[in-house]
Design a protein around this ligand. Structure first.
Ligand code: NAP
Length: 346
C-alpha cells in the first residue's frame, strides 16, 4: 500500500526519538513532519535535538525543519510524545482538525470515549472512537509504560481464572524519566522509592484496559491493585514483582500454558511491529533480567519468570518489559498499524 504520512509531536524528546528510530524504515508509514516546543521550532531536526539513540539520526529526517505543534502539518496521523503539561490541549486541537492522534501522554487516557489500547488485550475498545466528537479526527492513547508490562500477562489469567487482587512492586528504568531524567548523583549507588504519579496509574489504568466494551462504554474490571514504584539504575526495561489472588483455582502449569498460548489481533493480522509471541516464559530461576531480555521480539514482548506459590495471595512472578518500546513508542506504532489495517486511517 502507499505509505501513510505521519508527524511526530514532541519529536525531540526521549519518546519522540524512539518514534523516529522505529519509524525510519516502516512499511506502512513515512515521517513527513516533526514538531516540538518554541525552543526547537525553526531549526533543522539535527540542530534541535540532543540525539541519544544508539543508531544515527536517519538521513532523511535530519534536515526536516521542526515546527511548533499547530495542526497544519502535512500528514494524516500524529504520534504524540509530548510533555504531559501541554499534551492535552494540543492533542485535542489536532483531533478537531481531522488528524488521527496516537498519544503516549496521560492526559486523555481516562476520557470515557478514548480507547486506552493494548492491541493484544483490548482491540475491541477501538469502537469507542465512534463516540468521539472530533469529526473526522480522533484520539487513541496507550497506557503508562509499567501498566502495559503488567496488563499483558494479567489478561489471559483474568480471562481464564478471574483476578481478584494484584500487588505489584516495580524496579523502573531511567529512560522512563525522559532525558536528562534523574541526576547521576541521585541514582548511582542508590534506589529512589518514588516515581511521581506512577502508582495511581498502575492501580487504575489496568481496570479500564481489562474492562469490557459494552454499547459505547467501557465497564471497568473489578480488581484491587496495589502498586509500589521504584527508580533503579537500569537504562531500559522495567522489572515488576507481581502477586495475584485468583477467583478460580489454577495450577502453575495452567498459568504458564495460558501465557504461552496468548496472542491477539496484531499476531492474527501479522502487523509489522507485533511480537511473534507477546509473552515469553523463562524457566531459569534468575530470569528475566533487563540486560538480557528487554530486546526480545523487537523489544515488543513481555518476559516472565519465577512463577511460584505466594503465601499471602495465590501466585507470584516477575515481569520484564521494554519501557520505551513496548511501553511507549512501539506500543503507539502498533496501535497505528492496527488502525491502518482496519482502514481507519489513510
Ligand atoms: P521528554 O524527553 O521530556 O520530551 C518532551 C517533548 O515535549 C520534547 O520534544 C519537548 O520539546 C516537547 N515539549 C515540551 N514542552 C513543550 C511545549 N510547551 N510545546 C510543545 N512541545 C513541548 O519526555 P519523554 O520521556 O519523551 O515523554 C513524553 C511523554 O510520553 C510524556 O507525557 C511521558 O509521560 C510519556 N511517556 C514516556 C515514557 C518513557 O519511557 N520515557 C513511557 C511512556 C509514556 P523541546 O525539546 O523543544 O523542549
Amino acid at each position: 500500500m502507499e505509505k501513510i504520512k505521519v508527524g511526530i509531536l514532541g519529536a525531540t524528546g526521549s519518546v519522540g526519538q524512539k518514534f523516529i528510530q522505529l519509524l525510519s524504515e516502516h512499511p506502512y508509514f513515512e515521517i513527513t513532519s516533526l514538531a516540538a516546543s518554541e525552543r526547537s521550532a525553526g531549526k533543522t531536526y539535527k540542530d534541535a535535538v540532543n540525539w541519544f539513540m544508539q543508531t544515527p539520526i536517519p538521513e532523511k529526517i535530519s534536515n526536516i525543519i521542526v515546527s511548533t505543534c499547530v495542526p497544519n502539518m502535512d500528514c494524516k496521523i500524529v504520534f504524540s510524545g509530548l510533555d504531559a503539561g501541554v499534551a492535552g490541549e494540543i492533542e485535542e486541537d489536532f483531533a478537531k482538525a481531522g488528524y488521527a492522534v496516537i498519544s503516549n501522554s496521560k492526559n486523555h487516557r481516562f476520557d470515557p470515549d478514548v480507547p486506552l489500547m493494548i492491541p493484544e488485550v483490548n482491540s475491541e475498545h477501538l469502537e469507542l472512537i465512534k463516540e468521539q466528537k472530533y469529526g473526522k479526527g480522533f484520539i487513541i492513547t496507550n497506557p503508562n509504560c509499567s501498566t502495559i508490562g503488567l496488563s499483558i500477562p494479567l489478561k489471559p489469567i483474568d480471562d481464564l481464572f478471574g483476578i481478584e487482587t494484584v500487588s505489584v512492586v516495580t524496579m523502573q528504568a531511567l529512560s522512563g524519566a525522559g532525558y536528562p531524567g534523574v541526576s547521576s548523583l541521585d541514582i548511582i549507588d542508590n534506589v529512589v522509592p518514588f516515581i511521581g504519579g506512577e502508582e495511581i496509574k498502575m492501580e487504575t489504568e489496568p481496570l479500564k484496559i481489562l474492562g469490557k466494551y459494552n454499547n459505547g462504554k467501557i465497564e471497568e474490571a473489578k480488581i484491587n491493585i496495589s502498586a509500589q514504584c521504584n527508580r533503579v539504575a537500569v537504562i531500559d526495561g522495567h522489572l515488576e514483582c507481581v502477586s495475584v489472588k485468583l477467583k478460580k483455582e489454577a495450577t502453575e502449569d495452567q498459568i504458564i500454558e495460558c501465557w504461552k498460548n496468548f496472542s491477539g489481533e496484531p499476531q492474527k493480522l501479522n502487523l509489522p511491529t507485533a511480537p511473534k509471541f507477546p509473552i515469553h516464559y523463562f524457566e531459569q530461576d534468575n530470569l528475566p533480567q533487563p540486560k538480557l531480555q528487554r530486546n526480545i521480539d523487537k523489544g515488543m514482548a513481555v518476559s516472565i519468570g519465577r512463577l511460584r506459590k505466594c503465601s499471602i495471595l495465590d501466585y507470584k512472578f516477575v515481569i520484564l518489559s521494554h519501557n520505551t518500546i513496548r511501553g511507549a513508542a512501539g506500543a503507539a506504532i502498533l496501535n497505528a498499524e492496527l488502525l491502518a489495517q482496519k482502514g481507519l486511517v489513510g
